[in-house]
Design a protein around this ligand. Structure first.
Ligand code: ECB
Length: 134
């Protein structure tokens, strides 16, 4: 029985989001707004199919994927770059590789106790986010 990420999750910590956004080329004014946000994630996991809605008072982002199936990701409202993205399991961790213009781009989700963890990577920057169940 694989882990189940399903649920509604609220951001409680956000380490080095500034560095991650800078690596993505996000402008100063947008970074100042974005780092004040407390986004919520709504994750739906149905077998190998996932949807992850990240919502905030400023912008929303929606991602749908199936494990092991590469897809075109259009990072609309984020850095607006397109990637070839692929999500796979590594034991109980969900790993996404976002191949494109930016090196070493991707993210990892895992559960730790009652918390949802997310590591966001771009070039040499790592942002670490923790969410608690709403
Ligand atoms: C959507 C809420 C954040 C909006 C921030 C607005 C502007 C900043 C622009 C770019 C920064 C890059 C990423 C923002 C951080 C979080 C959004 C979703 C990150 C992500 O890829 O989550 C994955 C894993 O949960 C699913 O898409």
């Amino acid at each position: 029985m694989p882990v189940d990420f399903s649920g509604t999750w609220n951001l409680v910590s956000n380490d080095n989001f500034e560095g991650y956004m800078t690596a993505l080329g996000i402008d100063f004014a947008t970074r100042k707004i974005a780092k004040m946000l407390k986004p919520q994630k709504v994750i739906k996991q149905d077998g190998d199919s996932f949807s992850i809605h990240t919502t905030s008072t400023f912008r929303d982002y929606m991602l749908q994927f199936k494990i092991g199936e590469e897809f075109e990701e259009d990072n609309k409202g984020l850095d607006n770059r397109k990637c070839k993205s692929l999500v796979t399991w590594d034991n109980d961790k969900l790993i996404c590789v976002q191949a494109g213009e930016k090196k070493n781009r991707g993210w990892t989700h895992w559960l730790e106790g009652d918390d949802l963890h997310l590591e966001l990577r771009c070039e040499n920057q790592v942002c670490k986010q923790v969410f608690k169940r709403a």
